[in-house]
Design a protein around this ligand. Structure first.
Ligand code: SF4
Length: 322
């Protein structure tokens, strides 16, 4: 069991904190609820912060040819300037942050796929983009983890999000400390996790970490962050996860009899064919590491990249097993 520091995450307030949606309701979100014990949330409702009431008339994004405007659909009142002013001062005021978890499809908070209309009149949308608050978050926080709750019903995206917020939070604290030793330890403890996402970038990070000293720390840390972003720019491929499992297997294989070895390989094969989730071979291998006292390998974050209480197998679509 690892000790995880709490990531600092800015969250749309309507995701389980307050009934502040335009119709006076909130969106119940199981993930946000489960995360409350593990994350320091900063809830915000940009629409209420700019003085709108609960309930209120719905807003929409309108492209007037030059700019995207935030308009009250019913009467055309324009809240663009108020929203831009609030967003700038709010983003200036928040402390060091590891990520944002925002409400999908909202004209203020949605990070993608928000409907954009050509006018305030009734009619179909003409484009899609980001909500006004979210668009400023996206341009300003290049290194933060930014997601909407809708996408996190997908198992792989949820696993990636959870992995990143805990990892990035630890990395941020190391940078604040300016500790070369802590960065080397971070690189070592996350080695198998990095490999399971991107072998090439993992090697680059190891090389970078081994060349860092106190004099070039912050410059090298910026470069480190870029490669970290590359590693976690997509979910881990199942083939890379299997490579890591097979590599770990080598460390205790000689203690297993032939039947046990065959069984482990069969379980990995079932995972590769999409018949069982990744947690099955992972926990099987982990049980042998515990049995054979492979404590150094057990310290690898690959075996627990985020708190185990947050592991949840529900999935909105494809990809549960791979
Ligand atoms: S989506 Fe954003 S602006 Fe809309 S109610 Fe939720 S927190 Fe408020």
């Amino acid at each position: 069991m690892f000790n995880f520091e709490k990531p600092v995450i800015c969250v749309s307030k309507c995701l389980g904190f307050e009934c502040c949606r335009y119709n006076g309701t909130m969106s119940k979100d199981d993930l946000v609820n489960n995360l409350k014990s593990y994350v320091d949330f900063i809830p915000v409702c940009p629409e209420v912060e700019i003085g709108m009431s609960i309930p209120r008339e719905a807003l929409r994004l309108v492209n007037n040819g030059d700019n995207i405007k935030l308009i009250v659909q019913k009467n055309g009142e324009d809240f663009t300037e108020k929203m831009l002013r609030f967003t700038a001062s709010f983003l200036d005021s928040i402390p060091k942050i590891d990520g944002f978890l925002l409400k999908s499809k909202s004209p203020s908070c949605g990070i993608r796929d928000v409907k954009i209309y050509s006018s305030n009149e009734k009619g179909a949308s003409c484009d899609k983009g980001s909500g006004l608050f979210a668009s400023k978050v996206l341009t300003r926080f290049n290194n933060a983890v930014i997601e909407d709750e809708g996408r996190l019903s997908n198992y792989n995206l949820r696993e990636l999000f959870l992995t990143k917020i805990f990892l990035y939070s630890e990395f941020r604290r190391i940078i604040e400390l300016g500790s070369v030793e802590a960065l080397l330890k971070f690189t070592e403890q996350n080695k198998l996790l990095f490999m399971s996402y991107n072998q090439k970038e993992c090697k680059t990070l190891e090389k970078l970490a081994s060349n860092i000293d106190v004099f070039n720390f912050h410059k090298a840390a910026d470069e480190y962050q870029e490669h970290l972003n590359n590693i976690f720019s997509r979910s881990a491929r199942y083939t890379s996860k299997i490579k890591v499992l097979l590599q770990v297997l080598q460390s205790f294989k000689s203690h297993l009899n032939l039947k046990e070895q065959t069984f482990v390989l069969e379980v990995i094969d079932m995972y590769s064919k999409g018949r069982i989730p990744f947690t099955t071979p992972l926990y099987l291998i982990k049980s042998y590491l515990v049995r054979f006292d492979c404590d150094d390998i057990l310290k690898q974050s690959f075996f627990e990249p985020f708190p185990q209480d947050l592991v949840e197998l529900r999935d909105s679509g494809k990809g549960l097993c791979n």
